[in-house]
Design a protein around this ligand. Structure first.
Ligand code: URA
Length: 232
C-alpha cells in the first residue's frame, strides 16, 4: 500500500510536520463510508473501523527498522527474512485508543501495551493526566501512541509529554489516528515536530464543540456501544 507523506504547513506556527495520510484509495473511502454512516450499528462500525486500524498499523510497521533474519524451511533451504530490530510497545490514550489494541494484538501477540488516561479538568477545562501505566524499558525502543481522534490535539500532547518525561525519543513515537483535524496537526507540529503522525484522513475542520467535520461522531461511544446505552 502506498502512502502519501504530506508536509503539513500549519498556520501561525513553525516547522512543517511529517504526516503520513493513507492513500485515499476507493477501498479506503469505502471503509470510511461504512464507518462514518450515522446509521451504522456498533458491530458494523467496529467491523469497518478495525479494517482501517489495520491499515494504519501496517503503515506504522513499514516505518520501523528491521534486520536480517534467516530461517530454514522444511525443505532444508535457507530463507533470508527480516525481523523487527527494535523494542516496540503501544500506549493507548483511554478510552478510544483501546479500540486499536485488538488489531495490534492480531499482528503482534506479545506486545506490551501501556495506558494513559487524560480528561478535561473540571475547573481549568484543560487536558489533565489522571492515570498512566507504561511498559518497562519504554525509553529503549519505538512507541505507537493510539489516539484515534486527533481533534484539538490537547489529549495527544498531554500523552506525548508523559512519554517524553519517561525518556522516549520524540522521533521514535508514531502517533496513530483514524481522523485528524488541521488544527490538531498544527498544534503537534508546533510543539512536537519530531513525532511522526499516521492518519487515515485529514478532515476539513472542527465544530465549536471540537467534533471533526465531516467526521464520525463520538468514536469511543460508537466503538464501544455506549451511545446506545445512553439512548435507552
Ligand atoms: N472525539 C471524537 O470522538 N470525535 C471527534 O470528532 C472529535 C473528538
Amino acid at each position: 500500500m502506498s502512502a502519501q507523506t504530506l508536509p503539513v504547513t500549519p498556520l501561525h506556527c513553525g516547522p512543517a510536520l511529517p504526516v503520513i495520510e493513507l492513500a485515499q484509495t476507493d477501498r479506503l473511502r469505502a471503509l470510511h463510508a461504512q464507518m462514518r454512516d450515522k446509521r451504522a450499528c456498533q458491530s458494523t462500525f467496529t467491523f469497518y473501523a478495525d479494517q482501517v486500524i489495520r491499515l494504519l498499523l501496517e503503515q506504522a510497521y513499514a516505518l520501523l527498522p528491521f534486520s536480517d533474519y534467516q530461517v530454514t524451511t522444511p525443505l532444508g533451504v535457507p530463507y533470508q527474512g527480516k525481523r523487527l530490530a527494535t523494542g516496540l510497545c503501544a500506549v493507548s490514550v483511554m478510552r478510544a485508543g483501546e479500540s486499536m489494541e485488538f488489531e495490534l494484538q492480531r499482528i503482534n501477540r506479545d506486545i506490551p501495551i501501556g495506558k494513559i488516561l487524560v480528561q478535561r479538568h473540571q475547573q481549568s477545562k484543560q487536558p489533565h493526566l489522571y492515570y498512566s501505566k507504561l511498559p518497562g524499558n519504554i525509553a529503549d525502543g519505538y512507541v505507537m501512541l493510539f489516539e484515534p481522534m486527533l481533534a484539538t490535539g490537547g489529549s495527544a500532547l498531554c500523552a506525548l509529554d508523559v512519554l517524553l518525561e519517561e525518556g522516549v525519543r520524540a522521533d521514535r513515537i508514531l502517533l496513530l489516528n483514524l481522523l485528524s483535524s488541521p488544527a490538531g496537526l498544527a498544534r503537534i507540529a508546533q510543539q512536537q515536530p519530531a513525532v511522526q503522525i499516521i492518519t487515515s484522513s485529514i478532515e476539513q475542520g472542527l465544530t465549536e464543540h471540537a467534533y471533526m467535520l465531516p467526521g464520525i461522531g463520538d468514536f469511543g461511544d460508537r466503538y464501544f456501544g455506549t451511545w446506545q446505552a445512553e439512548a435507552v
